[in-house]
Design a protein around this ligand. Structure first.
Ligand code: ADP
Length: 726
């Protein structure tokens, strides 16, 4: 279908033509003819890069221009929210307003009411639903990107519940990878199903074994024995490669190894640019490896890297400067980063129970990254058989069908929190209504039976009553209690809330950072670190050393939770180091963690300590304890000792600048107000921008002379925590 013939507002056609797109891809045309433009629900299951976003844009803008109201676009990752936000901004030329929202789960975000298109992570939208934001009733369209994540153990239930809530209230457009039971999904959503394996770039798939590359059509090619030759060959052809491996350490190792073989394939200007890129990274153990790899035109990409570094790598790859990326599968989930050749080194991964095969769905998502539209005529996806039989891999992953999706609603943790939310925030009044609601879910649609889930729901309801999240009146009607309502709004697991409440008496008696951090680390909402075997003794010693500070007993060696406990002690110790201003690099080294891990722990701890404070407020809080907790929260947010608390309250003053100011003799806000501009600028990390901010904050006019003469030497190094937290 030509864009000119598209039965939508003429302004929409103009914007699309402006992008240089004149013709719809066949599955796009099919999707737009399915009735979705007239308001019917649609499940669109087509490969990555075949233009799902454009379809959703057309549906969305068409609906907004015709009917008004709002559209919500759900994504699984914060990074994707930003990507979509930037893409959708183009529609502001038609007078529509676009917003993105991801963090802060304890807010109604009424400001979003002013926007027409709202991009949000599923968790964020779920929390907005719980808060009952006023503008939710104006939502006329919900677009769920990567809807196959309904089958993900941790996150599936959230997406499933959102769609169950919105099903009768808004039009649904669900975008999915190819899955084994797309019909079932469409059946649940009362949607038309459009499935296609059409791709804008042809995809060739094969299996590589000991130097022999077998394509799916039977053709064979010979290479040197090691799979690295496939990546080098791509670069030699002037193309790029993505290599998927199963652990962070292998991603790092392979990147450094490949990099050492790339020297002759790079031009002089490239070598210079790569060196500059590597030098712009700050020093820490992970970055040392990254620098070595980047100098040879290779990078690794995994969840241990900070956001800034990941973005930098993605950009340099898109620009063609970085030639090969070795990545863990996190990269295949969503980020739009295609390459001519995709090499899958591992088809197994280690889970808690040993080695398991990676699902076909995931491997096919990785393979789908092959081929850059506009640059490549074909893309190549190659699976490496190392210990596996190449024929088995060919059958399973190349010719095989992806798995079916299964509802993950019954996952205990997720379900507990969802049942609470239904009662406290969504007006579910008794057990019958709860079961009726569950009848709307994918779980029910799939099994045509809720008896086993009813059983679970009953247990959960008892747990909630027993722990005073809810109550029941004489007519068996649920009563939402403040503790339950607040827990649900704070978006924490009821088990976390219970742990907090149980600890309040001890906490009041003995408020101290280690005890509080251990409490936080022991909740199911924390990404608690694992203690390694050789660390066991150290952390046990530490636990005994701090025994009086803990709010729980130290378990026995044989106890079920013993190893988990040591991980909690380790996590608490990381947080303690952080607020004692131990430099980040030392933390990474001491605990064997990556920058991304520290960031994640800090982000979660920040949210959990906030929640701890909010819940404590419900139980006749002691003033001094409350203010102790608030100070600790601020120390955690900035990673500072108590003496810097006054300084970090100033704008743009984080842990490093506050420490530098303090050491230079500026110990209070008063010292700063009375300082000479020149003296402030002499402090490390303080430039003109920061000084201007400070003066603005104090409502003081900056001397004319200073405005002209100031240096702006402060440059935040990429990939530092300061950069992150800013
Ligand atoms: P998906 O969301 O399915 O992964 P995208 O929507 O991101 O894929 O599309 C991938 C690329 O293809 C984008 O750069 C987009 O602009 C381009 N594209 C989409 N539809 C068309 C089309 N009909 N003709 C040409 N390019 C298109």
């Amino acid at each position: 279908m030509r864009i000119e013939e598209l039965p939508v507002d003429e302004r929409i056609r103009r914007v699309i033509l402006g992008r240089g797109i004149e013709e719809l891809y066949p599955p796009q045309a099919e999707a737009l003819r399915s009735g979705v433009l007239e308001g019917k629900n649609l499940v669109l299951a087509i490969p990555t890069a075949s233009g799902k976003t454009l379809v959703s844009e057309i549906v969305m803008i068409n609906k907004l221009l015709r009917e008004g109201g709002k559209a919500v676009y759900l994504v699984p990752l914060k990074a994707l929210a930003e990507e979509k936000y930037r893409e959708f901004k183009a529609w502001e030329s038609l007078g529509l307003r676009v917003a993105a929202t991801t963090g802060d789960y304890d807010s109604t975000d009424e400001w979003l009411g002013r926007y027409d298109i709202i991009v949000a992570t599923a968790e964020k939208f779920d929390s907005l639903l719980r808060h009952g934001a006023g503008w939710i009733r104006d939502v006329k369209l919900v677009i769920a990107d990567e809807v196959h994540l309904i089958g993900s153990y941790d996150r599936g239930a959230t997406l499933e519940m959102i769609l169950s809530h919105m099903l009768d209230k808004a039009q649904i457009l669900a975008l999915s990878a190819t899955v084994g039971n797309a019909e079932e999904l469409a059946g649940w959503l009362d949607a038309t199903l459009v499935v296609s394996d059409w791709r804008p770039v042809e995809l060739r798939k094969g299996v590589f074994h000991l130097g022999e590359l077998m394509w799916e059509d039977g053709k064979r090619e010979s290479y040197p024995e090691n799979w690295e030759s496939l990546a080098l060959d791509a670069v030699r052809k002037g193309k790029q490669a993505l290599v998927f491996v199963n652990t962070r350490r292998s991603a790092e190792k392979e990147a450094v190894s490949l990099s050492s073989k790339m020297a002759r394939l790079l031009t002089k200007p490239e070598v210079r640019e790569l060196r500059e890129l590597a030098d712009s990274l700050e020093s820490n153990p992970t970055n040392e490896k990254l620098k070595r790899a980047i100098r040879g035109g290779v990078a690794f990409h995994h969840a241990g890297l900070s956001r800034a570094e990941r973005t930098m790598i993605e950009d340099a790859f898109r620009d063609g400067l970085i030639k090969v990326i070795t990545a863990t599968p996190t990269l295949s989930a969503g980020i739009n980063l295609p390459a001519f050749r995709v090499i899958i080194r591992d088809t197994k991964r280690y889970s808690g129970f040993g080695w398991t095969d990676i699902p076909v769905l995931e491997i096919q998502q990785m393979m789908g990254r092959a081929g850059r539209p506009k640059y490549d005529r074909v893309g190549e996806a190659i699976i490496v058989a190392r210990t596996e039989d190449p024929k088995t891999l060919m059958e399973r992953y190349v010719k095989g069908k992806p798995e079916k999706l299964f509802s993950m609603l019954a996952n205990e943790n997720a379900f507990r929190s969802q049942v609470l939310a239904l009662i406290t925030n969504f007006g579910i009044g008794n057990f019958r209504e709860l079961i009726d609601f569950l009848g709307r879910t994918f779980y029910f649609h799939q099994r045509k039976d809720t008896s086993s889930i009813e059983y679970k729901a009953k247990d959960i309801v008892y747990f909630l009553i027993e722990n005073e999240f809810i109550d029941m009146d004489l007519n068996d009607r649920f009563i939402a209690l403040p503790f339950g309502k607040r827990t649900s709004q704070l978006y924490i697991d009821p088990l976390t809330a219970k742990k907090f409440r149980d600890a309040f008496p001890k906490l009041e008696e003995n408020p101290n950072p280690f005890g509080i951090f251990h409490l936080i680390a022991s909740t199911p909402d924390m990404a608690t670190l694992r203690a390694r075997k050789r660390e066991f003794e150290d952390y046990l010693d530490l636990a005994y050393e701090f025994e009086e500070k803990l709010y729980t007993e130290i378990p026995y060696y044989e106890d079920y939770g013993f190893q988990g406990f040591l991980g909690e002690v380790k996590t608490a110790k990381v947080l303690l180091d952080w607020i004692n201003e131990v430099p980040e690099g030392r933390i990474y080294e001491t605990y064997g963690i990556d920058p991304g891990d520290l960031y994640r722990i800090l982000e979660l701890a920040d949210w959990l300590i906030y929640s701890l404070i909010e819940l404590y407020k419900l139980f006749e809080p002691k003033k001094d304890v409350l203010s102790y907790l608030r100070d600790l929260h601020l120390r955690l947010r900035h990673g500072v000792r108590e003496e810097l608390l006054e300084l970090v309250r100033l704008p743009n003053i984080g842990r490093r600048r506050a420490r530098a100011l303090y050491n230079a003799g500026f110990r209070t806000q008063d010292d700063v107000v009375r300082a000479k501009v020149r003296d402030l600028l002499a402090v490390e990390g303080i430039g003109m921008k920061v000084v201007e901010g400070l003066f603005r904050h104090f409502g003081v006019e900056l001397p004319e002379k200073a405005k002209k003469g100031g240096k702006t030497a402060e440059r935040r190094k990429k990939g530092t925590l300061d950069d992150f937290l800013s």
